[in-house]
Ligand binder design. Structure first.
Ligand code: FES
Ligand SMILES: [Fe+2]
Length: 424
């Protein structure tokens, strides 16, 4: 018997390839679809570029990408953040290299055109040869629209899409909750770990709200932590939930009692933080400060997925950067307390390394699974990726749907946004 899902690959439109309960395998491996995504998604919606703490001072910059286009995030002398295409307006050389740093201006290494921090073309060597034919005012670095919420900087190529706050919608509440990891201090990105995996970017996007894989893929992580932590992370089948937040965003609440890090601060301090709590007491922190900081160190009990490229995941930011249809770069940014106790920040760094680090017990296992998805997806090109887990129990909300914690609701939400943008 043939069903509508057995239609030959080429007969499917882009819209056909995303259904309510499944997506077509070609979304992982068709180079033409990938090219369209760079245009219709990454060049057409809000894309996360930095946390404000990564460009703290006048002249601080960070190099990154929107889709595959290199951009510089830079703070000017008036503290305004600009996102500039990293492309000299003479003959296209990048004007800034290095991941992060501080500068007074951007000077192109090829022929020396120089640009100020807001991208304006300041000067060119030997201008006399241009006579009066160089329109300096027209030849600044291309500057994108930038908006910020809760210290998170997003940019877009589009002047006509909604303001960032409208795009984020109900996700804003969760961003505010996530930032409580400062424990009373502003949060600060202290560094990041970067790696690539041979797979499509959406395989990673799906993973942020995938509770289903946790007990299996993260067995070695679970074998490396104390019994209290094992019990805390036994959330599949627990009271958590996954909720659609509109525009492809979603949140997966694994540990409901750790949604608001400042609630119930008189709950007992977990055994694994006893030493840290004592060290903070020895430094003279009040009991309330100790509880607040220790709670913040442990991270939030949820993962927030902001379409298309940033996740606020328990205690860190996960940024995804598409490289090609079958390759993705991931940045795992560690979050610390800016001005907070060194002993607490050290504890956060150790926690980050333990799961996310290159020798960690978590991420290497995740990336093995993602790689195997991509490899398996090269078999059976007419088959579908099933996303119907939890569909039966899903309940409607004002912004989408909510379901049990291991439902594939977050993935379905992301693919509906994918479809909306790709077919616009
Ligand atoms: S390419 Fe930049 S100055 Fe020539
Ligand atoms: Fe994982």
């Amino acid at each position: 018997m043939t069903s509508k899902h057995d239609i030959a690959d080429q007969a499917l439109t882009l819209a056909d390839r995303v259904q309510a309960d499944r997506v077509h395998t070609s979304l992982y491996n068709d180079p033409a679809i990938f090219e369209t995504e760079m245009d219709k998604i990454f060049a057409s919606t809000w894309v996360w570029v930095a946390h404000a703490s990564e460009v703290p001072d006048a002249g601080s910059y960070k190099n990154t990408y929107i889709g595959r286009q290199p951009v510089i995030v830079v703070r000017d002398r008036k503290q305004k953040v600009h996102v500039l295409l990293n492309r000299c307006r003479h003959r296209a050389a990048t004007v800034c290299e290095g991941k992060k740093g501080k500068t007074n201006s951007f000077v192109c290494p090829y022929h020396g055109w120089s640009y100020s921090l807001d991208g304006a073309l300041r000067g060119v060597p030997h201008p006399e040869s241009y006579a009066d034919q160089l329109e300096k005012g027209e030849l600044g670095l291309v500057s994108l629209r930038v908006e910020e919420y809760a210290g998170m900087l997003f940019a877009t190529f589009k002047d006509d899409i909604e303001p960032l706050v409208d795009y984020l919608g109900p996700a804003k509440k969760w961003m505010d909750l996530f930032m409580k990891q400062g424990g009373g201090f502003p949060i600060k990105v202290a560094g990041e770990h970067r790696f690539r995996f041979p797979g499509n970017w959406k395989i990673q996007l799906e993973n942020t709200t995938d509770a289903y894989h946790f007990p299996l893929v993260h067995k070695s992580f679970l074998s490396s932590v104390d019994q209290q932590t094992v019990e805390m992370l036994d959330f599949v089948g627990g009271p958590g939930y996954v909720e659609e937040l509109g525009n492809g965003h979603s949140v997966m609440v694994m540990i409901p009692q750790l949604v608001d890090l400042e609630a119930n601060l008189d709950a007992p301090i977990p055994e694994r933080f006893a030493e840290l709590a004592q060290a903070l007491r020895d430094e003279g922190h009040t009991d309330l400060e100790v509880r607040r900081i220790v709670r913040a160190v442990g991270g939030s009990g949820f993962n927030l997925n902001i379409f298309p490229n940033i996740a606020c995941s328990m205690a860190f930011f996960r940024v995804l950067q598409p490289i090609s249809v079958t390759e993705t770069e991931i940045h795992h940014a560690v979050i610390t307390m800016d001005g907070g106790p060194a002993v607490a920040n050290q504890a956060r760094l150790r926690m980050h390394e333990h799961f996310q680090g290159p020798m960690g017990f978590g991420t290497p296992d995740d990336s093995e699974a993602w790689e195997r998805v991509q490899k398996g997806a090269s078999a059976g090109k007419d088959l579908w990726i099933m996303l119907n887990r939890g569909l039966a129990g899903e309940k409607p909300t004002a912004d989408g749907h909510v379901s049990d914690v291991s439902a594939e609701t977050g993935m379905r939400a992301a693919y509906q946004q994918w479809k909306k943008l790709m077919t616009a």
